[in-house]
Ligand binder design. Structure first.
Ligand code: ADP
Ligand code: TPW
Ligand code: MG
Length: 590
């Protein structure tokens, strides 16, 4: 007997010999396991509640969240950390939409993720008869995903999962939506035939080797540079070829700038790291070599004041996505391929007699780095109470240096920008943040994923507003007893806590919160450790305790209300008008 059995045959067999049959639930679980999935980030409900239970019964780790967005952010972060698709599972319509933000975030950041959502009866949904949670999810997911598929028959589950895994990983990674109608899960078929229908994806991360001409063109451009600069992006961190990237950077001898989540790929304390001389190297360099970094808004599209005189720079770029080239600036030497293959081929081509850049250039950069680091040092040791960003983050910088395996999660505006520049990262993939969209609310999902996927201690440095987007997930942190220490940079608001209502009414300003909120008490409500601190020494002691115990901990760190700036480092992106500035004396020119 095979898949041609009638439903009546199958029903009869289910009663007499159920072990010879399988169903949509188990085929989906088996297909995921066959493709290396170990963890599902989940929120249960119709029609996937039992799918989660059965997955747990079949040895998968199923981590249930309080809201799908955070389960989704966890899956996205897991994709970045592991180079395998992170899997999120949600219910239909509202749960699906809650998860969709995270799928779009994964796609935007080029991370592999699969969002599996249950959906209602196709026949009813498509005739818009008003089904339970009726929604055409596949159509809605498509523009936000790299690919989107629906599986209608149990015998196609193997195919559907294989397509999802390959689409998520191959080439430029991204988010994939997999629509699973409830009826599919209950479909029954012969177990042997079912097993045969599963597909283990072969070589989902194929090498993509650049052409020799492309390599020699790149070598020529790099050789002709007098003031070269490397920019390393999170694509290079994702690629997991840390030694090759490091060898290439050190052999070339160029100063380099790590993008936010590429920090630590080479330690931020490396002699070639030019982070503390960012303005100088962006402005003065004559050749910029991008490794897994896009020239998007985060690099002001490779133009404008920060980049110095127009037309004075040549660009070389490694990227797996061919259409990334020339998307913002002319790329003189595109290297289209995976970073390991491209970097390896470059290393071979430049050989051992490579001439490093002049001391005049590298010395000037090092001198600027040294001067800026020295200028900053005393500010990072201040003991002000309430704290400012420097004094508090200076403490965290020390603690991360002593514990370089800790994964730092970071979101907020000032809390983000200041922590990114102050806290050095020493190892690859030890920093997770708001990514390409600058999303508030990635914190707790990322922290859970980092703890689950790496087993390491996590330190989440959160603006009080940023935390508010995901705060309920501290229950998830406590429930799974994860080694996550959350520091709330509590300045009573968005950017600053001292905003006033410009109309003079009784309502608070749009950017401020309840004064002196005790976020630490929330943590205690779930059995975690909650600590309130208002000075750097107390902060140090509390974080040390958290690292030593590994207990879920939340530290409410009191930051001065006036310590921050509007929008942190990107205030210039706020629109303004002469009319508004004339009308409101409080409006600042940015
Ligand atoms: P950042 O924000 O750190 O500047 P981006 O997300 O803008 O980084 O850029 C990452 C880039 O890395 C994307 O263009 C993506 O296509 C590319 N990428 C991802 N994985 C690889 C890989 N294995 N090899 C080459 N390029 C990659
Ligand atoms: C999903 C807009 C950017 S930064 C921020 C908001 C609301 C909060 C900044 O305050 P926080 O940090 O976290 O207290 P600090 O130290 O400056 O006080 N909704 C989403 N994403 C974004 N980026 C916003 C709103 C925003
Ligand atoms: Mg704040």
């Amino acid at each position: 007997m095979g898949i041609a059995e009638t439903q009546a045959d199958l029903m009869a067999r289910a009663e007499s010999a159920p072990e010879t049959l399988t169903d949509g639930f188990h085929l989906l679980i088996d297909a995921l396991k066959l493709n290396g999935v170990e963890t599902i980030y989940n929120v249960p409900g119709i029609p996937i509640t039992d799918l989660g239970r059965y997955a747990q019964a079949q040895g998968l780790r199923v981590i249930s969240f309080r809201h799908e967005q955070h389960a989704g952010y966890a899956a996205a972060a897991a994709g970045f950390l592991t180079k395998k698709p992170g899997v999120c599972m949600t219910v239909s319509a509202p749960g699906f939409l809650n998860g969709l933000t995270a799928l779009a975030h994964a796609t935007t950041n080029c991370w592999p993720m699969i969002l599996i959502s249950g959906s209602s009866e196709r026949e009813v949904v498509d005739l818009q008869r008003g089904d339970y949670e009726e929604m055409d999810q596949l159509a809605i997911a498509r523009p936000h995903a790299k690919a989107a598929y629906r599986i209608l028959h149990a015998e196609d589950i193997g195919l559907g999962v294989a397509r999802a895994v390959r689409a998520a990983l191959t080439g430029r990674p991204g988010g994939v939506y997999l629509d699973v109608p409830g009826a599919l899960l209950g479909q029954v078929m012969d177990a042997v035939e079912g097993q045969k229908s599963l597909i283990e994806v072969v070589d989902p991360n194929p090498k993509s080797v650049p052409a020799p001409e492309a390599i020699s063109r790149a070598v020529d451009v790099l050789k002709s540079a007098e003031k070269p600069l490397i920019i390393i992006g999170k694509g290079a961190a994702y690629a997991q070829c840390d030694d090759t990237v490091r060898e290439l950077v050190e052999t070339l001898g160029f100063p380099y700038l790590p993008m936010s989540m590429a920090k630590g790929l080479l330690p931020d304390t490396h002699p070639q790291c030019a982070s503390a001389a960012r303005s100088l190297v962006l402005k003065e360099s004559d050749c910029v070599f991008l490794i897994g970094a896009r020239l998007n808004w985060l690099l002001s599209h490779g133009e404008g004041k920060a980049w110095g005189e127009k037309g004075t720079k040549k660009f070389v770029q490694i990227d797996i996505e061919p259409t990334e080239m020339d998307s913002n600036q002319k790329i003189s030497a595109p290297l289209i391929g995976d970073i390991e293959s491209c970097a390896g081929a470059l290393l071979e081509a430049i050989g051992s007699d490579w001439q490093k850049p002049s001391e005049e250039w590298t010395g000037a950069v090092s001198a600027k780095v040294k001067a800026n680091v020295e200028r900053m040092a005393p500010k990072l040791r201040n003991n002000n109470s309430p704290m400012d960003y420097q004094g508090s983050l200076g403490v965290l910088k020390e603690l991360i240096a002593e514990n370089p395996d800790v994964v730092l999660v970071n979101e907020g505006a000032n809390a983000l920008d200041q922590a990114r520049s102050i806290i050095d990262i020493h190892k690859p993939r030890k920093r997770l943040d708001v990514g390409t969209w600058g999303i508030m609310g990635i914190g707790m999902g990322s922290a859970v994923a980092a703890a689950i996927e790496t087993g390491n201690q996590v330190l989440a440095v959160e603006g009080d507003s940023a935390f508010g987007f995901c705060g309920m997930e501290i229950e998830t942190v406590c429930r799974y007893n994860l080694p996550v220490c959350i520091v709330i940079m509590n300045n009573n608001g968005i950017y600053r806590g001292d905003g006033e209502n410009w109309g003079g009414g009784d309502d608070p300003s749009t950017t401020v919160f309840v004064k002196d909120a005790r976020y630490d008490l929330m943590m205690q409500a779930f059995g975690g450790v909650g600590v309130h601190v208002d000075n750097p020494d107390a902060l140090r002691a509390a974080v040390k305790d958290a690292f030593a115990s590994g207990k879920p901990t939340l530290i409410n760190a009191v930051i001065a209300e006036d310590a921050g700036r509007e929008s942190g480092n990107i205030g210039n992106l706020n629109p303004s008008s002469v009319v508004a500035q004339a009308r409101y004396p409080q409006a600042k020119k940015v």
